[in-house]
Design a protein around this ligand. Structure first.
Ligand code: NAD
Ligand code: DAU
Length: 340
């Protein structure tokens, strides 16, 4: 691993990964390839902008000619694919873009990986591909039971990766992470929505009964797990990455309000997300055997995240004040309030 193409590296997890890897290794060159959709933000990469081992190329993973050019020009030996449409609610509004990027875009990258016979293709996937898990925990060999256009598209990407491993011997690995929280998360996902609304004394829109469960993990723990799998993971294998414990969204809302010293009356129940998965839960035993385990528990991860949003108000205000965000927020939340 020397010249790494990080697709989707201007997004939330990708930018944390790039910062972490450049801090960790002085012998790696990282090329971020990103379309800069609404979720891609060059500000996320400002801390590494002057690093001589980092470069940025604006481009779409569905653009085979441009992907080919970047592979050749930078002599890429490893691809880590973070690029995706990632928000479940948006996948309910406009699923087409999810299929295009998360399935077709993955195929384009796999073809490039095959052509250039690279050392490793690593796919960043999600616990959502297992579907909701009402009891027990998902292991990597479980069948995929996706229920949203987002998770179905991600599952399509995973299966294409495994097909390239089986059919063409492509050196593929996959990690399936649980919900990430931390610095630079676009304020459409629940934690940055709740934190930034609470700072502004605005309502926290809680879907349904708020008893859905997620495994909220700190983003840098997830990035560390990806690094471990890149270095020690077995080719052709899938690894779950999470804390292995879950909390409800209502617990999350209470903790955020407590940390910010805001009243619980800010919690506003709203109509539920259609097809809302009740619970995800990962068994992370397989990756533990590679020596990885998450370092932050739920409270520590939420506290570190709240602190970052308090300290970096300029970053999220620039997004929230923009027309794109305000139109999205209106379309997503207007008129959904239900009586408390
Ligand atoms: P994000 O939405 O913050 O960022 C996605 C990035 O991909 C953006 O920079 C965007 O510009 C880029 N992108 C989108 N379409 C592209 C295209 N066609 N070509 C090139 N770039 C494109 O996403 P995130 O939360 O950082 O998620 C990153 C990856 O991790 C995704 O694959 C996602 O499915 C997966 N994942 C996310 C979570 C989570 O909790 N956020 C958990 C598990 C797995
Ligand atoms: O599980 C991993 C997945 O986590 C990733 O693959 C996805 O990319 C990422 O978006 C995330 O999906 P979720 O749907 O779990 O995340 P979201 O932050 O949208 O919602 C988390 C929970 O909070 C979910 O039960 C819905 C609820 N929610 C969400 C929003 C945005 C609310 O109650 N209110 C909200 O305003």
């Amino acid at each position: 691993m020397k010249n790494v193409l990080v697709t989707g590296g201007a997004g939330f997890i990708g930018s944390n990964f790039v910062q972490m890897m450049l801090e960790r290794y002085s012998d790696l060159n990282l090329v971020v390839y990103d379309k800069l959709t609404y979720a891609g933000n060059p500000d996320n990469l400002l801390p590494v902008a002057k690093n001589p081992h980092y470069s940025f190329v604006e481009g779409d993973i569905c653009d085979a000619a441009k992907v080919d050019e970047v592979m050749r020009r930078h002599n890429i030996d490893t691809i880590v694919n973070f690029a995706a449409e990632t928000h479940v609610d948006r996948s309910l509004m406009e699923p087409g873009g999810f299929i295009q990027t998360d399935v077709y875009g993955t195929f384009v990258l796999l073809e490039a990986a095959k052509k250039y016979q690279i050392e490793r293709y690593h796919q960043i996937s999600t616990d959502e591909v297992y579907g909701q898990v009402l009891e027990g925990r998902s292991v990597e060999t479980d069948c995929l039971h996706t229920r949203s256009p987002y998770s179905a598209a991600k599952a399509g990407g995973d299966l294409m990766c495994l097909a390239y491993y089986t059919s063409f011997n492509l050196p593929v690995t996959i990690t399936r992470g649980s919900n990430n929280i931390g610095p630079y998360q676009y304020p459409e996902k629940v934690v940055p929505v709740f934190v930034t609304n609470a700072i502004d004394d605005k309502p926290l829109p809680l879907y349904g009964d708020g008893r859905q469960m997620r495994d909220y993990q700190f983003v840098l723990d997830h990035c560390d797990g990806i690094d471990v799998v890149l270095r020690k993971g077995k080719i052709g294998e899938v690894y779950n990455l999470g804390t292995g414990s879950e909390n409800t969204n209502i617990e999350l809302a209470h903790l955020i309000l407590k940390l910010l010293n805001k009243p619980e009356s800010l919690i506003q129940p709203i109509t539920d997300r259609p097809g809302h998965d009740r619970r995800y839960a990962l068994d992370c035993g397989k990756v533990k055997s590679l020596g990885w385990q998450s370092q932050h528990n739920f409270e520590q991860a939420v506290e570190a995240t709240v602190k970052w949003y308090v300290d970096n108000e300029g970053w999220w205000r620039k997004i929230k004040d923009g027309r794109h965000y305000q139109e999205y927020y209106q379309r997503q939340y207007a008129g959904r309030e239900v009586n408390k």
